[in-house]
Design a protein around this ligand. Structure first.
Ligand code: AMP
Ligand code: MG
Length: 398
């Protein structure tokens, strides 16, 4: 196949690759779903508090509610004696007022009656008959939770674009929302390519390899909250690829693995040039250099390299942040080993966390599959840089 000339970008930077992919993806639509189904979804609109929390000024402890001024001299050797005039339970407040020298028994989350401003915990109390208690410590205003101290009705607490992690799902419930507006899931078609690639569960012939990318990428897409349209596998021929790509209709983006390199049987790029379009080929990174971005009749196509390590790293560094709208999280750690740099590529070396430092995993070849499980970090060495032992280095946790 000889491809017609078509201009496209070559050797783009990592951020440029993300930006180009982002511009090809459709704008995310929105839908409203029950909160119980919202974990892992992205908010499509701000969420306001419908109530204040706490909804009333309340006790943080079990004990008695009293006036702080009445109790400041209380100690174990000289306890203060107060008259108990009632009780305030969570859900059943004390309706009267509390005067000087008086208190009410109170429990965690119960509203504070009028007239008191402090709590003495139950561990510091001794009953003296049915109507009196002795306080071995002053009642403390620090154990009062004030109405709206956490959030106030009307306040915007979660903003559009926020990922709904389990704590945020709980927070949305506390704000009073039974349903939440979220971004529609992206529908991602997934295709493995390669004559040698076969399904696990079948005997492996000479030169064959099990399709690990299909499983790894599907799992990562699901983790990103995408709907996966599994297209399975296509052999290395332009016709077979074309037929497989035609099955991706209705998807928001097609993700392929394999067939984007320089080999004689790598057809993806020429096929896109001939029948679709290419936006970029090759990213200045290692592993993962040969990644390809293009389009096929309005469908964005992202071609990941076939090497499982490369496809994982490109997915993690370029595809995932675009699909989720969440930047790649990095932290800085001390290098326990040196990390070399590359003159014209950002290096993402597999690393292992050890005693607060990050160490070189060792075998950095893209074919070392066990590193996908044994390494737990990617060490980012910028183009032209290098890292010595003891220096701080940027790390992506896997
Ligand atoms: P390619 O990018 O097609 O040149 O493939 C590069 C290397 O990755 C070759 O060793 C392939 O056998 C291997 N490979 C390609 N696709 C897969 C896959 N889906 N699962 C596992 N290994 C693969
Ligand atoms: Mg191949």
């Amino acid at each position: 196949m000889t491809a017609p000339f078509q201009p496209y970008s070559m050797h783009v930077g990592v951020q440029e690759a993300r930006d180009m992919l982002a511009t090809l993806l459709p704008a995310p639509g929105a839908e409203t779903i029950p909160l119980a189904a919202a974990r892992g979804r992205m908010l499509a609109a701000d969420l306001q508090a419908r109530v204040s929390h706490p909804s009333a000024t309340e006790s943080a402890l079990d004990g008695v509610a009293a006036r702080e001024v009445d109790t400041v001299n209380a100690s174990a050797t000289s306890p203060v004696r107060l008259r108990v005039v009632g009780e305030s339970r969570a859900g059943v407040p004390f309706s009267g007022a509390v005067g000087p020298g008086e208190c009410v028994r109170i429990y965690t989350g119960a509203p504070l009656p009028a007239g008191v401003d402090a709590i003495c915990p139950v561990e510091q109390l001794t009953d003296e008959g049915p109507d009196h208690v002795l306080l071995a410590r002053p009642a403390s205003p620090a154990d009062v939770r004030h109405e709206g101290g956490d959030f106030r009705a009307g306040e915007t607490i979660l903003t559009a674009g926020t990922l709904l992690t389990p704590p945020r799902v709980a927070l949305a419930a506390a704000l009073g929302h039974a349903e939440v507006p979220v971004r529609r899931r992206l529908r991602v078609a997934l295709l493995s390519t390669g004559d040698e690639v076969i399904e696990p569960g079948h005997p492996l012939g000479p030169g064959q390899v099990y399709d690990s990318n299909r499983y790894g990428l599907q799992a990562m897409l699901e983790e990103c909250g995408c709907d996966v349209l599994a297209l399975g596998h296509a052999p290395d021929s332009p016709e077979a690829l074309q037929e497989a790509i035609a099955q991706a209709g209705g998807a928001d983006v097609l993700l392929t693995s394999g067939g984007v390199s320089m080999g004689r049987y790598d057809f993806m790029r020429d096929l896109l040039i001939e029948r679709g379009r290419v936006a970029f080929w090759k990213v200045r990174m290692r592993p993962g250099g040969p990644a390809l971005l293009g389009g096929w009749q309005g469908l964005p196509v992202f071609g990941l390299p076939g090497n499982p390590v490369s496809s994982l790293v490109v997915f993690h560094v370029i595809v995932r942040p675009v699909l989720t709208g969440q930047p790649v999280g990095t932290l800085r750690l001390r290098a326990g080993t040196p990390f070399r740099g590359l003159p014209d590529k950002t290096a993402f070396w597999r690393g292992v966390l050890r005693g607060g430092e990050v160490w070189d995993y060792g075998k950095q070849g893209s074919g070392v599959l066990r590193s996908l499980s044994e390494a737990n970090a990617l060490v980012v060495v910028p183009e032209g840089g290098a890292v010595q032992v003891g220096e701080d280095v940027e790390v992506i946790l896997l």
